[in-house]
Design a protein around this ligand. Structure first.
Ligand code: BGC
Ligand code: CA
Length: 342
């Protein structure tokens, strides 16, 4: 009798444990990763190259045995369109989003949608402000530090000026320069401009800023702005600092269109190391550029996407402040440019 009683108690305990176990729902790990990629504008040269690296990265992860599908949407410069595209990507069952915001100051709608559906977001290339990044714990950012690219551009420009007495063409002891700037409000525009100039000054170069033009990262707009600057300051510009390669190439287009002789050209500096930018360094048209590590960024986004969905591998990622992954920039000159050609 006694042993029967014990048996009944043990059975009850087992049932209890079993029910408790079922009640405490284990988080489900989806077998399949469905990635939604939302881009601000794929006609942007650097962004287009970054997105193709990202696609390659997801293909590689798929080859390593993870089942992944990728859906890419292009907002063509409209935040409204991007909000709708994100809604659509969530409706199509994406379980992680990679978002390249159109307006980096306006991510709230996208964050709300993602949080309601418990879909983590990896923002990339266009960094939301810190307060927005704090809105939810499943928000991440992958990119690079604008200040570092500006400093490197300033250092390379200072080296080139120090090495070449001809750079100060009117021999007034100062470098007359212009800046071609990216989109206002983009973290990479103002900071690159300021840190490049500050670095040049800290290296003892006297600067004389003739003017600047906003060309929104775009080659054709930069050509236009440069033509305007050249009509204001014909033959006076000794240095052109551009916030990216597309714009430095636009500036060179302007000089070519106006048939400037080689001897009358300023020294040109870009940032990104796009395919065309690297070619221009090889051809000697651009003095130097700064490599914006799109392969490294794509790798970080890919690994983070897998970790965010499966819940494993987060501890392998090099986070700063738990949410941010920044890839370093690298200087590119004619000496090392070939290392960057893939
Ligand atoms: C790149 C630019 C690009 C922009 C787009 C920047 O980091 O340097 O070339 O147009 O990102 O957001
Ligand atoms: Ca001068």
């Amino acid at each position: 009798m006694k042993s029967k009683g014990y048996f009944a108690v043990i059975l009850c305990c087992m049932f209890f444990l079993l029910f408790c176990g079922c009640g405490r729902k284990q988080p489900e790990v989806p077998e399949k990763i469905q990635v939604g990629v939302a881009c601000y504008n794929q006609s942007d040269i650097f962004l287009g190259e970054l997105v193709s690296c990202l696609k390659q990265q997801f293909e590689q992860l798929e080859n390593s045995g993870i089942e992944i599908t990728v859906l890419v949407r292009d907002a063509a410069g409209s935040q409204r369109t991007q909000d709708d595209q994100v809604r659509e990507l969530i409706d199509m069952n994406c379980n992680v989003l990679c978002v390249n915001l159109v307006d980096r100051a306006d991510p709230s709608e996208i964050i709300d949608l993602a949080r309601e559906n418990d879909v983590p977001i990896i923002f990339f290339n266009r960094e939301p402000v810190a307060e927005d990044m704090m809105q939810w714990e499943k928000l991440y950012y992958v990119g690079a530090k604008a200040q570092q690219s500006g400093e490197m551009q300033g250092e390379l420009a200072a080296d080139a000026i120090a090495e070449n007495a001809q750079a100060d063409r009117n021999r007034d002891g100062k470098i007359q320069y212009v800046v071609l700037e990216g989109e206002p409000g983009h973290q990479d525009a103002i900071i690159r401009t300021e840190s490049a100039a500050d670095t040049l000054k800290s290296k003892g170069i006297s600067l004389d800023k003739l003017g600047s033009g906003i060309a929104n990262w775009d080659r054709a707009q930069a050509q236009n702005r440069m033509q305007q600057l050249l009509s204001q300051y014909p033959n006076q510009i000794e240095l052109v600092l551009a916030n990216n390669d597309a714009m430095v190439l636009g500036a060179i287009d302007a000089y070519e269109k106006l048939n400037y002789s080689e001897a009358a050209l300023p020294v040109f500096f870009g940032i990104d190391g796009t395919e065309a930018g690297l070619e221009a360094v090889i051809d000697g048209k651009v003095e130097a550029t700064i490599y914006n590590d799109k392969e490294g960024q794509a790798r970080a986004i890919g690994n983070l996407a897998v970790a965010a969905v499966t819940g494993t591998g987060m501890d392998q990622l090099a986070f700063e402040n738990e949410k941010y992954i920044y890839l370093p920039y690298q200087k590119v000159t004619e000496e090392n440019v070939r290392e960057f050609l893939y």
